[in-house]
Design a binder for this molecule. Structure first.
Ligand SMILES: Cc1cc2nc3c(=O)[nH]c(=O)nc-3n(C[C@H](O)[C@H](O)[C@H](O)COP(=O)(O)O)c2cc1C
Length: 432
């Protein structure tokens, strides 16, 4: 993350706050400056600096991976397929200092008046299963006392599966202050055997170091590592302001006990505003390449967008080159397979601009007939959707095939051009 902050500074993209701020003020400032990276150099009651909003736009993510914004989808799709093992090195920035553990010294933010407590939101859990290998994923951490957290582990996801296979207790290393490439990789949900650190390494070279007290490897250059154990003790976790900007409910969730704490010299704590652009992009964007790859197995997929209006999680638009009558329906099924939390998906043709919602609505208005083009299925969806059952995740998914029907004359569906539309230039007629 440090090198990226240097890059941001060099591009004039890092806002520096030198006034002393409290952990209660930082969330509001992150919200007001959403879309722009900010570093807080003086934090009340903590010797750590705090940084936030570093992944809060596609431009920032593109800069972090050294690609153009338009190439992000394809760069990620490629990294999912061409994964490579990171090198293990002897020393890392994250172990420069070993500190006596006291979680009260960390600048953990409280985000809303109704939150269950102060929450770490940018912590990446590294865990291992003897058969499935290493796994990296995000889990929020609600501080309980100076050594323990309650964490949220969504049922049936990899961490939950690993934990159950281990008999309910598991060693963990929680890494904070990571480069966007690792954050993007940790947000993916591919096959359970996929090691997200290999995806991160394929996006940008990653080096690992062995932990001191647990048998795990962590990104050598992250800012801090909390080593410990996910325990079988369950406590109330939540409420927590989530992606939908509504509270996630209180559930009985596991306690994490921290045993060992190492960090970089002059460490920088990373914050991620819940429901902010950072959170939304990291959640939604890695689903786009996953959907792209899966839809490409059944027909030709051109583009995918997880829309911000759908909380960057619940809604997707998929553009295909339709060759067979069933391509639209097959694309719907493939998209739901690739992103299991998605509730509504719209399939459109190549002439529809998926980044312009008016264009997408035009496709629904003129190409879609619910009696034959609608897919409605009862299924398990997102635990974050307040309109679904947030405990069982039962929901109803809707797929809309808004592609031109194969049994009708295609020319009836293509917007007709006005005479002279391509040749007549307004500037030749209107002076101003
Ligand atoms: C910023 C952010 C925060 C997240 N917080 C949690 C969380 O608290 N609990 C959880 O189970 N998943 C959380 N997730 C989702 C998982 O990290 C994500 O679904 C991941 O892809 C699951 O990976 P897995 O399939 O390897 O388990 C979060 C994702 C992001 C991007």
């Amino acid at each position: 993350m440090r090198e990226f902050l240097v890059d941001l500074k060099a591009h004039g993209m890092l806002i520096e706050v030198n006034k002393r701020v409290s952990t209660y003020e930082i969330p509001a400032l992150l919200e007001k400056l959403d879309g722009r990276p900010v570093i807080f150099n003086l934090v009340e009651g903590s010797s750590y600096r705090v940084v936030g909003n570093i992944c809060s736009s596609r431009d920032l993510l593109a800069l972090s991976l050294n690609v153009r914004k338009e190439e992000l989808l394809f760069r990620l799709a490629e990294a999912f397929k061409k994964r490579s093992e990171p090198e293990i090195v002897k020393n890392g920035r994250c172990q420069e200092v070993t500190e006596k553990l006291n979680l009260n010294n960390l600048p953990i933010l409280t985000h809303t008046a109704g939150d269950g407590g102060p929450y770490i939101t940018a912590g990446v859990f590294i865990i291992r299963d003897p058969e499935f290998g290493r796994n990296a994923s995000f889990h929020r951490l609600m501080k309980l006392d100076d050594k323990r957290f309650a964490t949220r582990i969504v049922e049936e996801r990899d961490t939950d599966v690993y934990l159950k296979r281990a008999g309910g207790e598991l060693e963990v290393a929680i890494c904070i202050g990571n480069h966007p490439s690792l954050l993007l990789a940790a947000s993916t949900s591919l096959d359970i055997t996929v090691d997200e650190l290999e995806i991160a390494n394929s996006l940008k070279e990653l080096k690992l170091v062995k932990c001191k007290k647990v048998d795990l490897e962590v990104p050598a250059d992250c800012e801090m590592v909390l080593e410990g154990r996910i325990t079988s003790e369950l406590v109330d976790e939540g409420p927590f302001l989530d992606l939908t900007s509504t509270y996630d409910i209180i559930r009985k969730q596991p306690v994490v006990e921290i045993k060992h704490f190492t960090h970089a010299k002059n460490p920088i704590y990373q914050a991620l505003l819940p429901g902010g652009l950072d959170h939304k992009l990291l959640m939604g964007m890695p689903r786009e390449p996953a959907i792209f790859n899966e839809v490409n197995k059944v027909c030709e997929c051109k583009k995918v967008l997880i829309t911000p209006g759908g909380c960057s999680w619940l809604h997707g638009i998929v553009q295909i080159r339709k060759k067979n009558p069933e391509d639209g329906k097959n694309a719907i099924e493939a998209a739901f397979r690739a992103h299991k939390s998605m509730k509504h998906v719209i399939i459109v043709d190549e002439d529809i601009d998926i980044y312009d919602l008016n264009s997408v609505e035009y496709a629904i208005a003129t190409r879609f007939q619910a009696s034959k083009d609608l897919v409605l299925k009862k299924d398990k969806g997102s635990s974050l959707d307040p309109s679904a059952n947030q405990v069982t995740r039962e929901t109803t998914k809707v797929g809309i095939d808004a592609t031109i029907p194969s049994d009708k004359d295609r020319s009836h569906f293509i917007p007709v051009k006005i005479l002279g539309e391509d040749t007549i230039r307004v500037e030749d007629y209107v002076s101003q």
